[in-house]
Design a protein around this ligand. Structure first.
Ligand code: GCB
Length: 831
């Protein structure tokens, strides 16, 4: 753990806990699916593995957690605080039902005082992540992992304490600034004081600076509800550059001055405004640039330890971001605290995504949305980082995709606008000093239904150059919207493309999943944003790859639009953002693609990520000078056969990066293995580090016939090398090659691709998938017959044979009228 991170972690553990809260980590768990009781630790989910396996879907049902806690006195108030459980929770204490909660992304308290006894108490928690038509999200492009995936605390309080409401202490703080930049802290609170048991309750408010020096204190007798106002002279302001924080400590006292309850919160003074000519923070314009974040992590689902979550925010900040959208749901409280300390402006929202019901479920659904938004606001209101509060994402997406008849369409619009108006009003009332937002997809339906007029800032999720159109269409779209609605502050709430670190292409194209296309798309968007001062900012989709079970993709079940991989190792584009967003930190490095360049041509495109003047040398001889101002430089070089040394220097001759690149011709007299992928222009690195070269990069193999490419992005079973099988060529009459004399191992790779079920997210993509029959292909290799048994859809078959070759390799069908459909071929020379 780096120093900075460990500092933040200690800071949190100090403020998070005080004596009456005990974290309950160890539980026993069983589920309807697997009744065998197992000992587990929180955070926990039962979908970390099955949401990524070959079987479609993931288990959604009921899981039961049990544990015991020791309670020393029942004279006090006890409750269990859950930070997040997906999706419905019911709690029993010693067999008595104590309460429930709906919704998977907000915290909640279950008061257990009436059910506990002195000594050992049994807690039973039933968690249900079955698809529920009344709780948002109903559907979305992410996996709804079930379980108690955030921390749980047993809390003990005096009978008189700060009131709890909506999973938080009912204390709201505004740290305001007047026109002369003088601070005023306004605090609203409430006390739970059953039967007026405590006479004359008193509160004491201490405000301390970052070094814990007391700078203001007041004491006041209070009733059930109270307000406190404190003026602070020349407070240090909070901003992404200077995340100055103050500590607020509120004590509840009895008449003798005994402390009955303590509330802690870090606050920050900042003033902001979203206008049609940009965003101002503390009186200065600032372009908001950052990322969206989902909370899951490779191999863990949503049960991610806090340290890893904080590390995400450290990486996001280190990339140069000043802005973070927590999409599409409230995240762990540690995330908001980290944003406060690191200086990241937050957009946080509830998961009302894709559609709103129009059947009998609507009223209950609406109630659940309202309750969720209240919890979301009450739990996070006091964080200085929280500025944008949202409540809907692409809410007409399902309707757009399904294209229902007009009557149904009108009903959907009616309910959706009704819900949006309710949530907008609620948010303005409950979070009066924040900015309301909504994210919509690039379609006019939102303007037509007038839902786009509701929020204070409108967020557009735009994917021109991926799901539709070209990269340059972004600016055209934004300009048109700005012209039509000149009074509407705009932000780009999402933009991005899927990119797989194993796929590379020097001539990248939309939908090819290569890292190179991602590298073309993001700078293209950034430039168009910079050219448009009226756009408040933009958040890339997504910080990291994340689980979305319904997706195909080169890594099935994973949305790969991350700037970093699912395990948080950076993709090349992460460094590009860092280079341009942090010009003060000099960064120059080679774009990392393939360890070897295997092609008929020695020409290789070199990409350099740099925010300074650099030069580089190939094999210590040629010196190539480069000027830089966009963070990225592309140039072509010629490689010699064998090993090539590339070294990159700053203008003063200091080495910045070096790499070794092997150039190999696809020639089996010089190397012993050649792997060729059909139906694609991408290079692919498989799980054994074998590079598969696209058929068009070599002249060794010849394919005869009027061949057609067949592509899919669906999961191919029984392999992690999906990209090899996700592309094929069909209608092949013959494959031939002239090989050096010898013994060879030949592997032919096949897969049966059927038309993908289109995803709701792939708005305008024209799927190239065709239905293919690949049964009983009878093929001969140099006359030796091999038979491919019937394949299951989206399954793969590899056939390996050993043959002697005198001169030619010939792969053809036994029956001349049949044609071959094939995904790849690997030729290994044995000697
Ligand atoms: C969107 C959605 C987001 C998806 C993303 C995508 O517009 O808001 O949830 O994950 O597109 O990758 O398609």
């Amino acid at each position: 753990m780096n120093k900075f991170l460990s500092f933040i972690v200690t800071l949190f553990s100090m403020t998070f806990l005080f004596s009456q809260e005990v974290e309950i980590k160890k539980w026993n768990f069983s589920s309807e699916k697997n009744p065998k009781i197992q000992a587990i630790k929180i955070p926990h989910t039962w979908n970390a593995i099955d949401a990524f396996d070959d079987e479609p879907g993931y288990w959604r049902g009921k899981g039961t957690y049990t544990t015991t806690v020791n309670i020393t006195t029942i004279k006090k108030v006890h409750y269990i605080h859950f930070n997040g459980v997906n999706q419905q929770t019911k709690v029993w204490i010693n067999g008595s039902y104590a309460g429930q909660h709906k919704g998977g992304y907000t915290a909640f308290d279950i008061d257990i005082s009436s059910y506990v006894k002195q000594g050992t108490n049994k807690i039973t928690v039933e968690v249900d992540n079955t698809n529920n038509e009344t709780i948002p999200p109903l559907e979305a492009d992410f996996t709804f992992y079930g379980g108690i995936y955030r921390s749980v605390y047993l809390c003990e309080e005096e009978t008189t304490h700060f009131k709890k409401s909506n999973g938080a202490d009912a204390i709201k703080i505004d740290a305001l600034l007047d026109n002369d930049w003088q601070g005023e802290l306004q605090l609203k609170g409430a006390i739970s004081n059953k039967n007026k048991q405590l006479l004359n309750p008193k509160v004491r408010l201490n405000i301390k600076d970052a070094t814990n020096k007391l700078i203001a204190t007041i004491e006041k007798n209070v009733g059930a509800e109270f307000n406190l106002n404190v003026k602070l002279k020349n407070p240090l302001l909070w901003s992404p550059q200077t995340p100055n924080l103050y500590n607020v400590e509120l004590n509840l006292l009895d008449v003798n001055g005994k402390i009955l309850d303590i509330y802690h919160q870090k606050i920050g003074f900042r003033k902001f405004e979203a206008t049609t000519s940009g965003f101002n923070l503390n009186g200065k314009p600032i372009k908001l640039i950052g990322v969206n974040r989902h909370q899951d992590f490779e191999g863990m689902g949503n049960a991610v330890p806090i340290q890893k979550q904080i590390q995400d925010l450290v990486m996001i900040k280190n990339m140069g971001s000043n802005f973070l959208r927590l999409a599409h749901y409230p995240q762990d409280k540690a995330v908001y605290k980290a944003a406060d300390s690191l200086g990241l402006i937050l957009w946080s929202e509830i998961p009302v995504v894709n559609n709103v019901p129009i059947n009998a479920n609507y009223s209950e659904y609406k109630e659940n949305c309202i309750q969720m938004q209240k919890e979301h606001i009450d739990q996070n209101y006091n964080h200085p980082s929280l500025i944008f509060v949202g409540y809907m994402n692409e809410i007409f997406l399902r309707m757009y995709f399904d294209r229902p008849e007009d009557e149904i369409k009108q009903k959907i619009i009616k309910n959706t606008v009704d819900l949006a108006q309710t949530l907008e009003d609620l948010t303005r009332k409950e979070a009066p000093n924040h900015i309301t937002v909504m994210a919509i997809h690039g379609n006019q339906i939102y303007n037509e239904a007038k839902i786009a007029n509701l929020p204070m800032v409108l967020g557009w999720n735009l994917y021109q150059g991926w799901y539709s159109g070209q990269i340059q269409d972004l600016g055209v779209f934004l300009d048109e919207e700005n012209k039509k609605y000149p009074n509407r502050p705009l932000i780009i709430s999402e933009y991005g493309v899927d990119a797989d670190k194993r796929l590379h292409n020097s001539d990248p194209k939309k939908m090819d999943f290569s890292e190179e296309y991602q590298f073309k798309y993001h700078p293209g968007y950034y430039q168009q944003l910079k050219d448009r001062p009226y756009v408040i900012g933009m958040t890339a989709w997504n910080f990291a790859d994340f689980g979305s079970e319904l997706r195909g993709n080169p890594i099935p079940h994973v949305n790969q639009k991350g700037l970093v991989n699912f395990d948080r190792s950076p993709k090349n584009i992460y460094y590009w953002y860092k280079a341009i967003l942090k010009p003060e930190e000099k960064l120059s490095q080679f774009f990392k693609d393939l360890p070897s360049h295997i092609s008929d041509s020695p020409k290789k495109k070199i990409i350099i990520i740099s925010n300074q003047k650099v030069f580089f040398k190939v094999n210590d001889s040629e010196k190539i000078e480069l000027q830089e101002n966009t963070g990225l430089i592309e140039t072509w070089i010629n490689l010699k056969e064998g090993s090539n040394n590339l070294s990159l220097y700053d203008e003063f001759g200091k080495l910045q990066d070096s790499t070794n690149l092997i150039y190999q011709k696809p020639d089996l007299s010089k190397s012993n293995t050649l792997a060729i992928n059909f139906g694609t222009e991408n290079y692919f690195i498989d799980d054994k580090n074998q590079i598969w070269i696209p058929y068009n990069q070599q002249s060794l193999l010849k394919v005869l016939g009027t061949v057609q490419n067949v592509n899919s992005s669906s999961n191919i079973k029984n392999t992690t090398n999906d990209p090899i099988y996700q592309s094929s060529i069909s209608n092949v009459e013959k494959i031939t090659a002239e090989l050096p004399k010898g013994d060879y191992e030949i592997t032919l790779l096949f897969s049966l691709l059927k038309k993908d079920k289109s995803l709701v997210y792939e708005l305008n993509s024209k799927k190239k998938d065709t239905n293919m029959v690949l049964s009983n292909q009878n093929i001969k290799i140099n006359g030796k017959p091999i038979k491919i048994e019937k394949l299951n859809p989206f399954d793969k078959t590899d056939c390996t044979i050993t043959i002697k070759v005198e001169k030619d390799l010939n792969i053809e069908t036994v029956n001349e009228t049949e044609k071959i459909t094939i995904s790849g071929i690997k030729i290994k020379r044995l000697f």
